[in-house]
Structure formats: C-alpha cells, structure tokens
Design a protein around this ligand. Sequence first.
Ligand SMILES: *Cc1c(COP(=O)(O)O)cnc(C)c1O
Length: 243
Amino acid sequence: MTRMTTERIDQLRESLDAVTARIADACAAAGRATGDVRLLAVTKTFPAADVAALIDLGLRDFAENKVQEGGAKAAEVARLRPDADVRWHMVGRLQRNKARTVVRWADEVQSVDSVRLADALGRAVANQTERGPLDVQVQVSMDADPARGGCPIEDVPALARHIGQMSELSLTGLMTVAPIGADQDATFARLKRLFQQVQRGYPGVVELSAGMSGDLERAVAHGSTCVRVGTALLGGRELASRE
Ligand SMILES: *Cc1c(COP(=O)(O)O)cnc(C)c1O
C-alpha cells in the first residue's frame, strides 16, 4: 500500500475546498441549490492512493477514461478502502470489444455514442449474473469532431429511444465535452435544449454531465448537474498520458 505524504493530503484538501467553493458560487450565481450539482473526480493518470485520500475527504464519485486503468484502480481502491461506498464512472471513448471489461468495474458509462456500443454494453450486462441495469449517458458531440467521440446532435433522440427500449441499460442523462475555442455559452445553451427535448420522452433522464476544470461555472449556469473535474482537483497530468 502506498503511503500518502501529509503534503499530498493537504494539497488535495485545499483543492477540493477550492473546487467545492467554485461549484457553490456557480450555483448561487445561477440561483440553484448547491446540492443540484454533483462533483465527479476524474482520477485518470493519478494513483489509487489519491482516490483513497479523496474518499477520506468525503468524495464518492470517481471517473476514469481508460478501461484497463479504471479497472486496475477500482480494484486497488477496493483493497485500500474496503468499506467505502464508491461509484465508478467511465467517461472516455469506449470500443465495443471492451464492453465486457468495463461493466466489471464501472457503475455508470457516460460515453455511449452509438447504437452498436449500447448493444455491446447490453450484451455484457446480460452475461453478468446478479446485476441490475447499467446506468448510461449519451455522450453528445457538440461539433461532430470525431476525435473526441460522441453522438452527433441530430442522432441523439434516436439513440435515446434505442437505449430506452433496452432492459439492460438505464438511460440517466446526457454528457458532453465542450469543444475548445467554441462559443461556450452557445454550446451549453444548445446542449440544455437538447437535454430538455430528450427529457420530455424519458423522465428518468435527469443528469446533464457538462463542465470540467476550465468551464464548470459556465456549465452550471446552463443547467449542468454533474461536473467532471480532474486538473483543478488533482493537478496537471503528464502530457504523454493525456487522453
Ligand atoms: C480528463 C477529463 C475530464 C477532466 O478534465 P480537467 O480539465 O482535467 O478537469 C473531464 N471529462 C472527460 C471526459 C475527461 O476525459
């Protein structure tokens, strides 16, 4: 087991306080209750010991963007904090052949962007004994850039309908990674309209996962219910291991 230095724990406590304050301020500015917005700690490239420290500081939702790294970290965290009630979220691009592996550790997959991926996840869930439906979110591509993944806006309603008919998956919301350099207010406003449109057909769609370290205030102003924060909590990542 890795020993945490007190410096690292202090660092994480300070950054968590700062991020929590930013979320509270953003909620206040938007006239929303602080409890409306969940903080998802994106722990990719950081060790399980950091996750354990964040659990001790009161967090329970963690996200990874790679299947193997996420699985290994979730297993190590389970050893470090066996009694903790932790929820793991997959937020990265997912290949269909990794569906079986991801459902072993992820409680939720936010990056569903195609009918074929939804079907692969459905089969993986069906093959697992004693598990309920997997919570999923449709990742929306706000600019149709294939590099970041995501379902084009015009295809989202059909994908939502498809998932809505599957018993193995439970559609809980939409997720996006806002394009860099775009008009962020316009992007988030458009996402919110799409969210409200999908919600009319599926009342269980309650989660709007948008906003990261750099843009969480804007996302909260436009209705985000879940901000995914990496850098502002854990520090900078090595360039080589980014995405
Ligand atoms: C890495 C990552 C984040 C966190 O980004 P930061 O800018 O470090 O806060 C959020 N969402 C996804 C999908 C990511 O891959």
